[in-house]
Structures are given as C-alpha cells and as structure tokens.
Design a protein around this ligand. Structure first.
Ligand SMILES: C[S@@+](CC[C@H](N)C(=O)[O-])C[C@H]1O[C@@H](n2cnc3c(N)ncnc32)[C@H](O)[C@@H]1O
Length: 484
C-alpha cells in the first residue's frame, strides 16, 4: 500500500480508498484520481486537525520557550515553521510526521532553484523581482543559525549539516510555498483550557481553506524586511500556516476545481464540489493565479484553450511599475517625488496591473493624471485630498501608449520569437525551465500587445480628430474634398 496512505491511516486519518487513489502523471507529479463515479458532496478523506503540521501543533516552540522563540523572531514569516519541519524531520520515527515528511518532494521546478542562465529567460516578467533568494538566505543566517547554536540539546551538533543545512531550509520553504494551507486556530485551541472546550458546541465553518498566499505570509522570499515591517499589522498569524497531509496531494488547474477542503471542528474534510467520473483527476484550487505566480510558487504553468482561440492562462496579468510611468511623464522624475509620496499616502500602489480585461486600469490613469497636474491643480488636489479621476482622454492615451511600448521593450525577445520557440517544431528542444519562462513572458506580452492595439486605435482616432480640427482651423485641409 502507498506509504503515505498507510501512515495517514495509522495516525487517525480516514480515506475512502475505494473512491480515489493516486497515480503519477507526466509533468504533474503525483495526482489524485477517482476510482469510480463520484457524486458532488462526497467525502474523499478526513484529516484530524491534530495531524496538520504548524508552529501550533509541533512541540518545538514549547521546548524552545517563548524567550528564544521571540529573540530569534521565529514568529515572523516562515522561519519558525521551517525550523519546526527541520526539527521534526531530525527526530526520525519519533516524530508523528516522519512518515509524511518522508513522502514530500525534495526537488522543485521553481525559479528559486534555477541557474542564472535560466533565470535570465524571465527578464521583464513579474517573477524575477519576487524570487527573493537573498532575503531567504539572510533569514537563514541571521535568525535560524543563531537559534540552532543557542540550544545544542535540541539541535544536535552532529545533525546540523544534514537536517539544518541551507539546502534543507530551501526545501522546506518550497514545500510550504507550494503545499501549505491557511488553517485558522479554533477557539480555545493551544491554550490550557482547550481540553475543557466542548468542541461539538462550536460552530463548524464550511469555508474552504485556501492554499496560502506567500505574499501575505511573507516567507522572506517575497518581501524585503522593511516591507514586512511596514505591513506587519496586515500580516496573517503565521501559526495559521499549516502543512496538511493528504490535502496537499491534489493538483490544480485553472477553472478545474472539483474538490475542496472544508473546515470542521475536529477534522478537515476533502469533499467533491462537482460530480467526478471514474478515471478523472481530482483537482483542488490554488486560487487560479497568473502563470507568473504559478511558476514562482508551484513550478508549473497552466496552458489551456483561450476564448480567442489561442492557448494560455486566462488569469495572466502584467505588472507595470510606477517608476516606468514617471519616466514617461516627466523629464525630471525627481520633481515628482512629492506627488508620488502623496499617492502612496492616499493608498495608491507602486505597481499597476493589466489583465485580459480590455479596460485600461483606472488607478493607472489616475496616477498619470496626478503626475500631469499643473502646480495649481496639484495644490488643489492636496487641499481636497482627492486623487484625480481615472478617466481616459487623448493625452492620457498617448502617454499610456508610450508606457506600454516601453514596458513591452523590457522583454529581450519579441512575441513572434517566443511563438516560434513554442511552435511544435521547436518546443521539444526547450528545457522545462526555458519552456515555462517562455510561456510566462509570452502570456504577459500578449496582454501588453492587445492593450497597445486598443490604445493605438484610441490615439489614432484622437490624432485624426485633432488633425481634422486643425485642418478646419487653418482652412487648408488635406487637399481632398470631403464627400457629403
Ligand atoms: C500541492 S502539490 C500537489 C501534489 C504533487 N503533484 C505531488 O506530487 O506531491 C503542488 C505541486 O503539484 C504540481 N502540480 C499541481 N498542479 C499541477 C498542474 N496543473 N500541472 C503541473 N504540475 C502541477 C506542482 O509541482 C506543484 O508544486
């Protein structure tokens, strides 16, 4: 029998082995598959909350004590959970999770593990600035290592190079990034009174947990230390970040979800949300992120048929940094710093997002307008504390056109070159990393191209009407008589 299934059952997990099983799918790793036709609402497996692995359920935080836990800031980001996973693994069979940890992947296709040459292929995409390898390694050396040395009784010196190495740190971090769930604390859980709480009296929520968003949890890979500090209040409780054995065996694909994890008082239940035919894959959802995020967190991309006849990920987006816009609007970007600070103070973002929606983002228009205000208008806007409206006009359209053109030029290759690379004749010659990088950058570029095409029509229409107006004004016209 599958070692994961037998471990799971030995720890009190329930699985309907007649209705589902696991198989290896080329390019997807292990996948859950229906063994028979399943109706909607069928419970596939049930995980005791006590079997989830988090800083709440591991006994390490208690053994280490609050003083050291706080001194090494282990409650911030994912360092504490990574340490718990390292320590549990170091306990061998004495750890409740040893059977589970032994089945988790050690090799990942995420850009965190790419060589420089492959990473270069992502130039221009939203991935490149978010890999965060340096920040992650800073956390390892600055927080985890000092903690290890402070308790040689817990972190045995002879295990440091095997269980607590930087390589293992990256592996556990990537396991969290691609497999963890957000599991909120139950009322009374983890406190001395927990045993007295009548759990059956508590409201069971049927809200499905999400695979967690590392942007919220901050694994040190996504944010600089400063960004983490400034957003501290918004950060989720890192104790809610949990590894959920068995639930993390389900793959996901855009729009394909047919099963979901539901919170119950004692258990987390994986339940079908649609009928599933025998032989079909059982899919969870990772929240349908764009390919840039899928690649960064999970190491794969979604390529499915698109409404326009092409293929790609319908959730793709392109990020445009505010500084590119400032460069297009002003010849002296430094003169804009007061307006930019005010924009940020008013809750504006430093990055704008284009998606497949043909509408140009209103916040981006508002930002361009702000940069273009005359000194008097700028004073008035500050006094009223009111950002300019996100309404398109000819001047904004031509600036947007320039912004989009410059944004597209940030990718070293053209759309046509990328399409060639993904053509049936060439695709087989690409490495997996290169193929993924091309899919990500092509998806982004297509959004830019289509927005540029729309903007071009707008600019040309305005130039046309501007020219007609000018022609009428100077009375010379084009030399052609207009037909009436
Ligand atoms: C939560 S785990 C799912 C189980 C995983 N396949 C395994 O073998 O353990 C997430 C990982 O599964 C893989 N995966 C999930 N959905 C996929 C898909 N649609 N295409 C390719 N790989 C996928 C990716 O490697 C991802 O990091």
């Amino acid at each position: 029998m599958d070692p994961l299934v037998s471990w799971f059952q030995s720890q009190g997990g329930l699985i309907d082995a007649a209705s589902m099983g696991f198989t290896e799918i080329d390019g997807q790793g292990r996948a859950a598959v229906a063994k028979q036709d399943l109706p909607e609402g069928h419970t596939l497996f049930s995980i005791p909350r006590t079997l989830t692995l988090s800083t709440r359920t591991s006994s390490l935080p208690r053994l280490l004590g609050d003083v050291l836990w706080n001194k090494h800031e282990l409650g911030k980001g994912w360092v504490g959970l990574i340490l718990c996973m390292m320590w549990e693994e170091a306990q061998g069979p004495a750890s409740k999770w040893s059977g589970y940890l032994a089945t988790l992947p050690t090799v990942f296709n995420t850009p965190m593990f790419w060589c420089e040459e492959d990473t270069e292929e992502l130039k221009g995409t939203a991935v490149i600035d978010k890999i965060g390898k340096e920040d992650t390694e800073k956390d390892y050396h600055g927080r985890l290592i000092p903690c290890l040395h402070s308790r040689p009784d817990l972190f045995l010196p002879e295990q440091l190079s095997s269980c607590y190495s930087l390589e293992r740190y990256h592996i556990h971090g990537s396991r969290i990034l691609s497999r963890s769930f957000h599991v909120e604390k139950l009322e009374g859980e983890g406190s001395d009174e927990s045993a007295e709480v009548d759990r059956d009296d508590m409201m069971a929520t049927d809200e499905a947990p999400q695979l967690i968003d590392p942007d919220d949890a901050g694994n040190g890979g996504d944010r600089s230390a400063e960004a983490e500090d400034s957003d501290e209040e918004d950060e989720e409780d890192v104790g809610d970040v949990a590894m959920v054995p068995m639930a993390d065996m389900l793959n996901a694909r855009y729009g394909s979800e047919n099963a979901k994890l539901f919170y119950e008082t004692r258990n987390l239940n994986m339940i079908t949300t649609k009928p599933i035919k025998a032989g079909e894959q059982i899919w969870n959802t990772y929240g349908d992120p764009p390919n840039s995020d899928l690649l960064r967190r999970y190491g794969h991309v979604d390529v499915i048929p698109l409404p326009d006849g092409g293929e790609g990920n319908p959730a793709d987006i392109v990020e445009i940094r505010a500084d590119l816009i400032v460069d297009c609007v002003s010849t002296k970007p430094e003169d804009m710093s007061e307006r930019i600070d005010w924009w940020l103070d008013q809750g504006g973002d430093d990055t704008f997002v284009l998606d497949t929606d043909p509408e140009f983002p209103q916040d981006c228009i508002s930002f361009i307008r702000l940069l273009q205000l005359s000194p008097d208008e700028w004073k008035r806007a500050q006094k009223k504390e009111k950002l300019p409206k996100g309404k398109m006009d000819p001047a904004i359209a031509s600036i947007s056109f320039e912004v989009l053109t410059k944004r597209l030029a940030q990718y070293p290759t053209s759309i046509e070159e990328d399409e060639q690379l993904l053509s049936p004749e060439r695709i087989g010659t690409l490495s997996l990393n290169k193929k993924h990088a091309v899919v990500v950058r092509l998806g982004e570029k297509r959004i830019l191209r289509s927005t540029l095409d729309d903007m071009k029509i707008l600019v040309q229409a305005n130039q046309g009407s501007g020219k007609r107006k000018a022609d009428n004004r100077d009375g010379r016209g084009s030399g052609k008589k207009s037909k009436r």
